[in-house]
Design a protein around this ligand. Structure first.
Ligand code: ATP
Ligand code: MG
Length: 353
């Protein structure tokens, strides 16, 4: 029996952080047994904002794979996809771009939020195109399910639309309509206390951070509270981290109640307790990551990505062939072929001489 397919991924604009963990990675690890999983490192898309820094993109690509392996993505069960190795993706991006009105792409809330957050007033022409490229990533693998954070939900909606439009125009039943799967925390705030935790906003606690770094970042977390007797907001970033990472829900409720009352409880003590819980959650990842440290680990990762690219290409090439057939790009219109085949058979069957 074939398993439902998953595709999701990350752009190598930095290392993976706690937001990725609760937003998407935990679901990926959980679903690898009963789904056919493709996890894509969007190294081509990284060029939309970092074209001047190819070495950084390469470094972060390797780091993200280290994070994948550290978190428990298993290369024996799941396929790691290096985007730049999959030739069908750019072709499909170009074809899908014709099926989306320009304004529809520009109004995509994911894109609009990113343009605002990253203050990309000088963004490349390729930047808006990456959202179409993301539809191509998903559809190239004919994914049924896309585990992402809330920020990407609008792009998945666009992907669903373009898949339906393709079917309406060309038929062929090529693409399943993919569903979004949000994580247990769909949008984790960053340590600035306001924005989404993001690799590129300097507000992230990384999965590879040391215990000291976690504590330092937690101490700097903004809560806007002035004293131990000021009532605090039990929904702020600090308490969102507490709920996400402290295993004892009863303890979190107790802290939240006292915090909301301004009951002589300082931010510092709570931050230290939450930092400890984050450190405990990340400790096993540090151990697994150590296996892939250094140049030897890097060489293993490069080899792994190239080996997996073969399987990724087989799947995506198959999709592209169906797409081209449905669009009549391969010049094999079905009735004409049937007609020619019949003629050829008649010729072959005709008595010679
Ligand atoms: P960048 O700042 O470069 O956009 P990012 O931190 O937003 O980086 P992405 O590579 O864009 O990370 O996103 C990878 C996946 O992680 C997506 O599925 C996204 O929805 C999810 N994700 C990212 N940040 C968060 C967050 N703070 N909370 C929950 N999910 C998140
Ligand atoms: Mg992002």
């Amino acid at each position: 029996m074939t398993r439902p397919r998953i595709l999701t991924g990350d752009t190598p604009t930095g290392r993976l952080h706690l937001g990725h963990l609760v937003g998407s990675l935990e679901n990926r690890v959980r679903l690898q047994d009963d789904h056919e999983c493709y996890f894509l490192i969007a190294n081509v898309h990284a060029f939309t904002t970092r074209a001047e820094h190819p070495h950084d993109i390469r470094r972060d690509t390797i780091e993200i794979v280290r994070d994948y392996l550290a978190v428990g993505i298993d290369p024996a069960r799941s396929t790691l996809v290096l985007q730049s190795e999959v030739r069908a993706i750019p072709e499909l991006t170009f074809l899908l771009a014709m099926l989306l009105p320009f304004q529809r792409v520009m109004r995509n809330p994911t894109l609009k939020a990113e343009l605002a957050d990253k203050q990309l007033d000088q963004h490349s022409f390729g930047f808006p195109l990456y959202t179409v490229g993301q539809c191509a990533d998903i559809l190239a693998f004919r994914a049924h399910l896309v585990p992402v954070g809330e920020d990407q939900a609008a792009t998945i909606e666009m992907c669903r639309e373009v898949a339906r439009r393709f079917e309406r125009l060309y038929g062929g039943a090529v693409f399943p309509i993919p569903d979004v799967l949000l994580g247990r925390v769909a949008r984790l705030p960053g340590t600035d206390g306001v924005n989404k935790m993001s690799k590129s906003l300097g507000n992230a606690i990384f999965l590879s951070d040391t215990r000291a770094e976690i504590h330092r970042k937690m101490r700097a977390l903004r809560t806007g509270r002035s004293s131990m007797t000021t009532p605090g907001d039990p929904e702020n970033a600090l308490f969102q981290y507490a709920r996400a990472f402290m295993p004892d829900a009863h303890r979190v409720r107790e802290l939240a109640d006292r915090y909301a009352r301004g009951d002589h409880i300082g931010d510092g003590a709570i931050k230290a307790e939450v930092a400890d819980a984050i450190d405990v959650a990340l400790a096993p990842m540090r151990e697994r990551r150590a296996i892939y440290d250094g140049p030897r680990g890097e060489a293993m990762i490069v080899e792994l990505l190239h080996a997996h690219a073969r399987h990724a290409n087989a799947t995506a090439d198959e999709t592209l062939a169906s797409v081209k057939a449905a669009m009549h790009l391969d010049l094999r219109p079905v009735p004409a072929v049937a007609h020619l085949d019949a003629a050829r058979e008649a010729i072959a069957a005709a008595p010679s001489g």
